[in-house]
Design a protein around this ligand. Structure first.
Ligand SMILES: C=C(O[C@H]1C=CC=C(C(=O)O)[C@@H]1O)C(=O)O
Ligand SMILES: [Mg+2]
Length: 459
């Protein structure tokens, strides 16, 4: 199958190349089901320098991209979402796509930093304030049906074809690259004292009326005996966090990866979806304790307060572009393997937004990651948080040629840099926050990445 497939792709692309005058060509074909993490793991072996992974929280849509045919990158600040949207539309105009009637085409995948006004540190050197790309090869799995989309520059398909041939040979042979998790050598929570000082200062500033809520994050750094391979972490995240968005974006050998429960926004035609997620407590050790903790969370003033700011902002943002907005009157519980949250889903009908990115521009950062009022809170984070967030807590996701797509908020995440890994966690500070409880909350939020890295209670 795989061998025939290679010839088919080569023939097709040559045929399209001869016919088209456009600078880019793209071709979609159905594919036998492939394990997406296995597909992802083959990227570097086939000399693809970039790779990404996306799985939505229902596991209905999975995208795996290898290589990069077109990239949109900008260090702009206010305009970054708009710039990416405009360039994407121009690219779509320059591309001939052949899909054989299949409802799939090329997508743009990538992410944005949390705060474009925060100067870059060395850690996030490889991650600009906005970077989205069209992969050379895209595996898409939707509702159990898989497709492959190959996108190349006209007249330059040969190099990509050689990589694709290697890819299909390996898929055919079914040989898995042998990777395992190296052992951890060192675990260090960074700048805890400064973080506590920032929390205390923020609480005082909230009392004096400077703002209502600010989310403050911190970092833990791990050193391993050997390089940490992203596909191993991804496979573990997939098993351990089945109801979260799974994402990975790797370039220059550095991989930003995580399993986030938080949807920022999804656009599907003129329907729009978002999630308010804020307010947290750990899971109980017994069913009874778990239910008690959940009940406590549902009625705790401080957590309801934290949650309320998010609901208010998302409701306003959706109402500004949608004819009708639906949301339940009070939050429900979202129970994840290590933590439970207050959760309010939001649906918007007849959305007038030009694309998913114009929604992202309106909604990022929500008070679940920034605070209220937004500008003052983000300024406070920039000044007092002892951390370069980089892409942590930023929007990560995809957009199709029609402007539909979905973005998650990149929390419960980490940055793999060879043998070194940084993980991040934050919490919403409000007037009646207790610094020690907030510290404990961030510890619970580290658990998903720690377990995926083999550093957990179960190891
Ligand atoms: C900022 C994070 O979580 C946010 C999302 C859900 C609950 C949160 C909270 O209860 O503080 C945070 O706002 C994080 O996980 O790093
Ligand atoms: Mg909280």
């Amino acid at each position: 199958m795989a061998i025939l497939y290679q010839h088919k792709i080569r023939e097709r692309l040559h045929l399209i190349e001869k016919r088209t005058k456009r600078p880019f060509i793209s071709w979609t074909e159905e594919l036998n089901d492939v394990d997406p993490v296995y597909f992802f793991s083959l990227g570097p072996i086939c000399s693809f320098r970039e790779r990404f992974f996306w799985g939505d929280r229902t596991n209905e849509t999975v995208y795996v991209g290898l290589g990069c045919t077109y990239v949109i990158e900008t260090e702009e600040k206010e305009e970054r979402f708009h710039t990416v949207e405009t360039q994407w539309k121009q690219w779509v105009e320059q591309t001939d796509h052949y899909s054989n009637g299949i409802k799939m085409g090329p997508i743009l995948f990538g992410g944005f930093s949390f705060d474009p006004y925060k100067p870059h540190t060395e850690k996030w050197r490889a991650f600009p304030h906005a970077k989205m790309l069209v992969p050379a090869v895209l595996l898409a799995s939707k509702g159990g049906k898989a497709t492959l989309t190959v996108t190349v520059r006209s007249g330059q398909s040969e190099e990509t074809m050689e990589k694709i041939e290697t890819l299909f040979r390996l898929l055919h042979e079914g040989r898995a690259p042998i990777h395992s998790l190296p052992s951890v050598r060192k675990y260090e929570e960074k700048q805890t004292e400064q973080w506590f000082d920032a929390v205390k200062q923020t609480i005082a500033n909230i009392h004096s009326g400077k703002f209502d809520k600010v989310v403050l994050a911190r970092e833990a750094r791990l050193s391993f005996a050997d390089r940490v391979e992203a596909s191993v972490v991804l496979r573990r995240l997939r098993e351990q966090q089945p109801f979260s968005y799974l994402f990975a974006f790797e370039q220059e050998g550095q991989c930003f990866i995580g399993a986030s429960p938080e949807q920022l926004v999804k656009k599907e035609g003129d329907a729009c979806y978002s999630t308010c997620l804020a307010g947290s407590i750990r899971r109980g050790k017994t069913v009874q304790e778990d239910e008690q903790l959940g009940e406590w969370l549902l009625h705790d003033e401080k957590n309801l307060h934290e949650h309320h700011f998010v609901v208010q902002m998302i409701k306003e943002a959706m109402e500004a572009v949608c004819e009708r907005v639906y949301m339940p009157p009070s939050p429900q519980l979202l129970k994840l393997p290590n933590i439970q949250h207050l959760y309010t889903p939001v649906i918007g009908e007849h959305c007038r937004a030009s694309s998913i990115l114009s929604m992202v521009a309106k909604m990022h950062p929500t008070p679940a990651l920034g605070g209220t009022p937004r500008e003052a809170a983000v300024k406070e984070i920039r000044e007092v948080e002892p951390l370069d967030r980089g892409w942590y807590a930023g929007p990560i996701g995809w957009m199709d040629t029609e402007g539909n797509g979905e973005f998650a908020v990149a929390i419960r995440s980490g940055l793999l840099q060879g043998q070194e890994v940084s993980i991040f966690a934050g919490c919403g500070i409000v007037g009646d926050s207790d610094p020690i409880s907030e510290y404990e909350e961030t510890k619970v939020k580290f658990i998903p990445m720690l377990s995926a890295l083999g550093v957990g209670q179960d190891e």
